[in-house]
Write a protein that binds this ligand. Structure first.
Ligand code: SAM
Length: 324
């Protein structure tokens, strides 16, 4: 098992398969952004498979494919199949904006991805156009429904809640998710890059209390998904709403994850600069034992917590570059 300096078991890796995205969410990638990684720097499928196999030998058991928008990476189902087949990997999931999910859902399910998280900040077409920079809602809804038909379970809907942007839609989104059998997760915007800092931050504490009352929710008895969300559940347990509150109530003490960017850089924390570059090792013929030793030293670099509140100007990379 990989354990960091603070005694946290690191058993979860988020793999960014591309830093590119077909949307330009206001709080994530800026319009006209040109700083994408060169294709020759992208880890190949063989390099990813080899590195993740080393992580798995050291106890990493859960992998999430993310980005950028992961469905933009050609051959994603093939990569998913290869990762899912690695000894020790027992959970393979995907984060997507769903714009292409109607085309790929069956292939991704067949490749071994069991559950998906979909970003959806609004059910209003104009509001989604304002947030994502595109008339994206019809394609996203088609993608979500294709995911449901393909049998992904659960489907979690991630909504970044922003004051004056979509906070008036939270109740509608909760009702939609309850009706469809999806798990809604409300997320506080983080100051990642100028876009994240400019997002209209909304403290989810008061929202949590209000939803609790309105939908007669109670704290969920157990963890759902092993992540940072704190869940409330309906009286009959049939529906859940999660709250991801990195700003108002951070969860660094239980952080169990690291993020591998498309160029092979391992980021140890979303809100800090500590990182370790694996691409040179992979391309300079490092042995499996050397890779494993490098992973152990990288985990040693994991910081105790982020400084998003204390130093909101610190992180200049955008979420899509780290792997959200
Ligand atoms: N394209 C995929 C998607 O849409 O889920 C995966 C990558 S996206 C960067 C992952 C998640 O990060 C999305 O739910 C997005 O809303 C969230 N995100 C991006 N920038 C953020 C920020 N500054 N604060 C909080 N969440 C952010």
């Amino acid at each position: 098992m990989l354990t960091d300096r603070f005694g946290r078991s690191i058993e979860y890796l988020r793999l960014s398969v591309t830093d590119r995205c077909d949307l330009r969410c206001t709080y994530c990638l800026p319009k006209g952004f040109k700083g994408f990684e060169e294709p020759q720097h992208w880890l190949t499928f063989d390099e990813i498979e080899r590195l993740l196999a080393a992580f798995a030998r050291l106890g990493t058991s859960r992998i999430r494919l993310t980005g950028g928008e992961p469905l933009l990476r050609r051959g994603l189902p093939e990569l998913a199949r290869r990762i899912g087949a690695l000894p020790g990997i027992r959970d393979l999931s995907l984060s997507t904006n769903a714009t292409r999910l109607d085309r790929y859902a069956p292939a991704l399910k067949a490749a071994g991805i069991s559950r998906i998280n979909v970003s959806l900040d609004s059910l209003d077409r104009e509001c989604m156009e304002k947030i994502t920079g595109h008339d994206s809602l019809p394609k996203i809804m088609a993608g979500i429904m294709a995911g449901k038909a393909a049998g992904f379970l659960p489907i979690k809907i991630n909504m970044v809640a922003m004051r004056g942007v979509n906070d008036d839609e939270i109740d509608d989104m909760a009702a939609f998710c309850i009706e469809q059998g999806f798990i809604l997760r409300l997320i506080e915007a983080m100051p990642m890059g100028a876009t994240g800092r400019d997002a209209a931050f909304l403290d989810l504490g008061p929202i949590q209390s209000r939803l609790k009352e309105k939908f007669n929710l109670r704290p969920h008895a157990s963890e759902l998904g092993g992540g940072p969300a704190r869940y409330l559940t309906t009286a009959d347990g049939s529906a859940n709403i999660g709250f991801i509150t990195p700003m108002s109530q951070h969860f660094c003490a239980t952080c169990n994850r690291v993020r591998l960017a498309v160029d092979g850089t391992l980021y140890l924390c979303l809100g800090q600069e500590e990182k370790f570059e694996f691409r040179p090792l992979l391309r300079d013929g490092a042995s499996d034992a050397e890779l494993e030793a490098a992973i152990r030293s990288a985990i040693e670099l994991k910081p105790q917590q982020h400084d998003f509140r204390e130093q909101p100007g610190k992180i200049i990379r955008f979420m899509a570059q780290t792997g959200g």
